[in-house]
Design a protein around this ligand. Structure first.
Ligand SMILES: NC(=O)c1ccc[n+]([C@@H]2O[C@H](COP(=O)([O-])OP(=O)(O)OC[C@H]3O[C@@H](n4cnc5c(N)ncnc54)[C@H](OP(=O)(O)O)[C@@H]3O)[C@@H](O)[C@H]2O)c1
Length: 342
């Protein structure tokens, strides 16, 4: 019997590459739909000869989406942004483009659609990111009622943008700051709470949702086994990078100059120099709102357990990839005794 075909929009991104590898391992033919197919070629060895293919498509372009869906049995839409830049707004990507993909799936007779949202998606949120994710969910369900929707907490893994950002800060700065609304010396002063979820667990959930139609029409919240405060996270990074930096809890008001600096840097790079580079150490107002809100499962929706997945703890994975931010001398200290033993 011919293998079924899954089309993955955003298949070359951080989470996408794991979804693609897990789908291929589960026997799916995978077509990766992204704007830059050259950048996605590293995923060719994820499957057998011809099992993984590539198609240039933009979720904002209905024609290219329809062409990408030809012959598809199932679709995953992972495309999302954390930062608005030019015409790439939260509305255009998370709402209009998500609706575009869902409507095209319905027209093409696709059996299953798994749509990526985010934990905290809420039409009443003060963050535009979270509001647009919630509006996107509504738009997807209108066009494709049987879509499964995934809302992960912050996702960790080798290529993540969260732990790696703190790892970089630990490498570059003598102190690592975090934001808190209460006295940082108090037990409650650890800042907002997060429930980081492992990218491999998220990918496995996507594969099961795409394969088993029993999950159709359900919204899942995906989180890890433990809730961490911002201070716990920074401490984990400090240990994993062996930098032993001073950790400082700062009131949110200190975020304002960082926001302004970031906005100026991004404007100058984008509007003046025409470079769409993102200054990652300088958060936007909306990112600070997300940080302040935290990201913990509500417990009202099914999660990884519905797929029989035991969540992986960050402590067991994060140190394996934050090693790269350790001081060279520390790595030497570890390697030298190991060499002398042999
Ligand atoms: N990372 C997290 O912690 C986290 C947590 C919760 C939810 N999420 C959600 O998970 C999704 C994936 O996140 P990620 O961190 O994997 O993102 P990512 O690394 O930035 O990957 C984005 C992917 O989307 C593709 N893409 C961007 N614009 C596109 C367009 N117009 N048409 C087609 N493809 C496009 C990119 O490839 P090209 O540039 O070549 O097109 C890339 O493959 C997002 O929706 C995000 O909101 C992420």
């Amino acid at each position: 019997m011919a293998q079924k075909l899954a089309v993955v929009f955003g298949g070359s991104g951080f989470i996408g590459r794991y979804v693609v590898r897990h789908l291929a391992a589960a026997g799916w033919r995978v077509r990766i739909a992204v704007r830059d197919t050259q950048q996605a070629q590293f995923l060719k060895p994820a499957g057998d000869l011809g099992q993984v293919s590539f198609v240039p498509a933009s979720v904002t372009n209905a024609q290219s989406v329809a062409a990408a869906l030809e012959g598809a049995d199932a679709v995953v839409n992972l495309v999302g942004i954390l930062l608005e830049l030019g015409r790439r707004t939260f509305k255009s990507i998370h709402v209009d483009a998500a609706a575009n993909v869902a409507a095209a799936c319905a027209r093409a007779g696709v059996k299953t659609l798994v749509h990526m949202s985010a934990l905290g998606a809420d039409e009443a949120s003060n963050s535009s990111y979270s509001r647009s994710k919630a509006q996107g969910e509504v738009a997807v369900r209108q066009a494709f009622p049987k879509a499964a929707i995934m809302r992960p907490s912050v996702v960790f893994g080798t290529e993540d943008g969260f732990f790696n950002l703190f790892g970089l800060m630990a490498q570059v700065f003598p102190v690592i700051p975090y934001f808190t609304s209460t006295n940082p010396q108090s037990p409650e002063g650890g800042g907002a709470s997060f429930q980081p979820v492992y990218v491999g667990d998220v990918a496995q959930a996507f594969v099961q949702a795409i394969t088993d139609e029993a999950h159709a029409g359900t919204t899942f919240e995906l989180g890890g086994p433990r809730v961490y405060s911002m201070r716990d996270i920074v401490q984990m990074v400090n240990q994993a990078t062996m930098r032993h930096r001073k950790i400082i809890g700062m009131p949110y008001v200190f975020a304002i100059p960082l926001n302004v600096l970031g906005a100026c840097a991004r404007w100058a790079l984008h509007a003046v120099l025409k470079i769409s580079f993102v200054a990652p150490l300088l958060p936007t107002f909306d990112q600070i709102k997300l940080l302040k809100a935290g990201n913990v499962l509500s417990g009202k929706m099914p999660g990884l357990a519905a797929f029989g997945i035991e969540p992986t703890a960050p402590d067991s994975v994060v140190p394996t990839y934050l090693k790269r931010f350790r001081p060279v001398q520390q790595n030497k200290k570890i390697r030298t005794p190991a060499r002398n033993r042999s």
